[in-house]
Design a protein around this ligand. Structure first.
Ligand code: PLP
Length: 388
């Protein structure tokens, strides 16, 4: 197989070496973490160590981390009317979400459709705080779900400002930090979030593992998502995925230790990539460019380009990029994120995402440039078979 360059880290990241080791060690454990014998206690110790590592990554207490089967499941767990605090036992009466949330938040979790209200974003994809402020009084016990960074554009949301507004209105804030964690500072208390969603495979652990983190012990879910054996302190029954959780913990520790160096590394290469996009094709549009963005993500297009054909052209050159949200790739559907930002359908159809990670190297960006030069020149010559 020829050399490949992977630019789809927002879809999934490679396994970190530390995660692989933790996973393999945990595979040797026979015990069920709920069993009281030595084998059970050994498995329990692995789960609890990982809980500490994941908690440390986001500045939470280990007792406030609940492991789930994915970021998606953590989002659904968070989006329940039945979250209560010591002071407020009545159910949440409305769910507000931004118009650019991940599909698992857009679906509204366990709120009925009539109780879910979508809030607009500005042209860069940031939540309109003025609209939030005007809309919050419709509810006395709101829940707002706002992602920290968008999976398609990388645009960072004004989470701390939104938290202040929601808390003043007596509400809770859930933050989907799946794409942000490990890439920018992500401390649950600094953000002002009451709940935070994480996904293991975006930080170098396995697919099919996630966590919901709460800010305080007093936050209680009166109606658990999965009832049964009482695992995860009654919030999410089912024998724990011990090896997957062990890998998650190890990846979290590595991501925490290397965060600043990795951010700097990704940002340097992403900036080079964007400079090359424009140097080769000055008409290149980079979505959300005027906003603060993740250091690893660029969503771009050229007028006249079609994303599906561009992704195939890149792929044939050994470059893995994606069109729109990778979670739904396979289905060709226009990006709801760009539509919410007011981007024209014609430009939306051409949006291609390149996302980088800690293993991305200069050579990858060089290969990307070669592929882009071919694609852009085919487009400008009107070779519609390749790019249009
Ligand atoms: N939230 C965001 C912002 C995502 O990008 C994704 C996946 O891409 C998810 C949630 C879902 O995470 P998982 O793949 O673990 O279900």
């Amino acid at each position: 197989m020829p050399e490949r360059s992977y630019f789809d880290w927002n879809a999934s990241a490679p396994l970190r070496e530390q995660a692989r080791r933790a996973f393999e060690e945990a595979l040797a454990l026979t015990g069920n973490p709920s069993s009281v014998h030595a084998e059970g206690r050994a498995a329990r110790a692995v789960v609890e160590k990982a809980r500490e590592q994941v908690a440390a990554l986001v500045g939470a207490r280990p007792g406030d981390v609940f492991f789930t089967s994915s970021g998606t499941e953590a989002n659904v767990l968070a989006l329940s009317p039945a979250w209560e605090s010591a002071a407020e036992k009545r159910p949440r009466d409305r769910l507000f979400i931004s118009a650019v949330e991940h599909a698992s938040v857009q679906a509204g979790g366990r709120f009925s459709n009539a109780l879910v209200e979508e809030l607009p974003v500005d042209a860069e994809g940031r939540l309109r705080l003025d609209v939030l402020q005007k809309t919050l009084p419709k509810s006395t016990r709101p829940l707002l779900s706002l992602m920290l960074a968008n999976n398609e554009t990388g645009v960072i949301q004004p989470v701390a400002e939104a938290a202040a507004l929601v808390h003043a209105a007596g509400g809770f804030l859930h933050v989907d930090a799946v794409q942000a964690v490990g890439r920018i500072a992500c401390d649950i208390n600094t953000l002002g979030a009451d709940f935070l969603t994480l996904s293991a495979h975006k930080i170098g652990a396995l697919k099919g593992v996630g966590a919901l983190v709460r800010a305080r012990e007093e936050l209680h879910l009166a109606d658990p998502l999965i009832r049964g054996g009482g695992q995860e302190r009654g919030l999410r029954a089912g024998t724990e995925n011990v090896a997957g959780i062990a890998a998650f913990g190890a990846a979290a520790a590595a991501a925490q230790a290397r965060r600043e160096a990795e951010t700097k590394h990704m940002l340097g290469l992403r900036n080079k990539l964007e400079a090359a996009l424009r140097a080769i094709a000055p008409d290149t549009v980079i979505f959300g460019e005027a906003a603060e963005r993740l250091p690893n993500t660029t969503l771009f297009t050229l007028p006249g380009m079609k994303a599906e054909t561009a992704v195939i052209a890149f792929d044939l050159e050994g470059i893995a990029v994606s069109s729109g949200a990778a979670c739904s790739s396979g289905k060709v559907r226009p990006s709801h994120v760009l539509a919410a930002m007011g981007v024209s359908p014609a430009l939306t159809r051409g949006a291609v995402r390149a996302s980088l990670g800690w293993e991305t190297a200069e050579i990858d960006v060089e290969r990307f440039q070669i592929a882009w030069r071919k694609l852009a020149s085919a487009l400008s010559k009107g070779q519609r078979g390749i790019a249009a």
